[in-house]
Ligand binder design. Structure first.
Ligand SMILES: Cc1cc2nc3c(=O)[nH]c(=O)nc-3n(C[C@H](O)[C@H](O)[C@H](O)COP(=O)(O)O)c2cc1C
Length: 201
């Protein structure tokens, strides 16, 4: 019974707009009664997947570079928030490498049919995706959302909600959009509350 949410931060700008939105979502999660373990992946990057396929037979990644502690947080979590800027119509490289390293979840679930997340736990796990982009275009979130949905499926955390804000190059500071910051808080709170309700029923 963890009531813990893993918060994965994909930008390398501490105090930037992605960070501000993630902090609001975390505040919501904590107000709802959950704890949060934040993973600042750009500050502590992991190597890319080397396709040695050790995870076809073992429930872990063969590369020893500190990834395992993040992997264990993800396994334990009752919820996940992933917050990322759009970069070149996708997500930043460090975050993508982190996601690719989660292939042991995929192999366990789809190749060996022995999911790392037990069915009772999978029923609870939800993911909130926060993503911002500079351009005032509708299609900038297509790639990031597809990646986030694939990730949520692989780690058995249902893609439950998203907060997508484009046009950041013009807006500049997200604090000019208090309604978006409020939405981050509310979505974080809803994620946390659902976990508390599930765990206490
Ligand atoms: C290398 C790089 C590539 C980017 N590519 C895109 C892009 O393809 N589409 C877009 O809308 N914004 C793009 N952006 C803009 C960022 O998404 C935007 O500046 C965002 O607000 C950064 O958030 P942060 O300061 O919280 O990291 C890019 C920024 C960088 C640095």
């Amino acid at each position: 019974m963890t009531k813990m949410v893993a918060a994965i931060f994909g930008s390398n700008i501490s105090g930037g707009n992605t960070d501000k939105l993630l902090k609001e979502a975390i505040r919501g999660v904590e107000d709802a009664g959950c704890t949060v373990e934040r993973i600042d992946i750009a500050r502590h990057p992991v190597a890319s997947c080397m396709q040695t396929f050790g995870c076809m037979t073992e429930p872990r990644c063969a590369i020893e570079d500190g990834f395992e502690k993040y992997f264990n947080i993800l396994k334990k979590a009752d919820g996940v928030i992933m917050a990322s800027p759009v970069m070149t119509y996708g997500i930043p490289g460090a975050l993508k490498s982190f996601i690719d390293r989660c292939q042991p979840f995929y192999m366990a679930k789809y190749y060996r049919q022995q999911p790392l997340i037990k069915p009772d736990h999978a029923k609870i796990r939800r993911m909130l995706f926060i993503c911002i982009g500079g351009m005032d275009k509708d299609d900038i979130f297509t790639g990031p959302v597809l990646t986030a949905k694939a990730f949520s499926d692989i780690i058995d955390a249902k893609y439950a909600d998203e907060l997508l804000q484009n046009d950041m190059d013009r807006i500049g500071n997200i604090e000019k959009k208090p309604e978006v910051l409020a939405a981050a808080y509310e979505k974080g709170f809803a994620l946390g509350k659902r976990i508390v309700d599930e765990r206490e029923k």
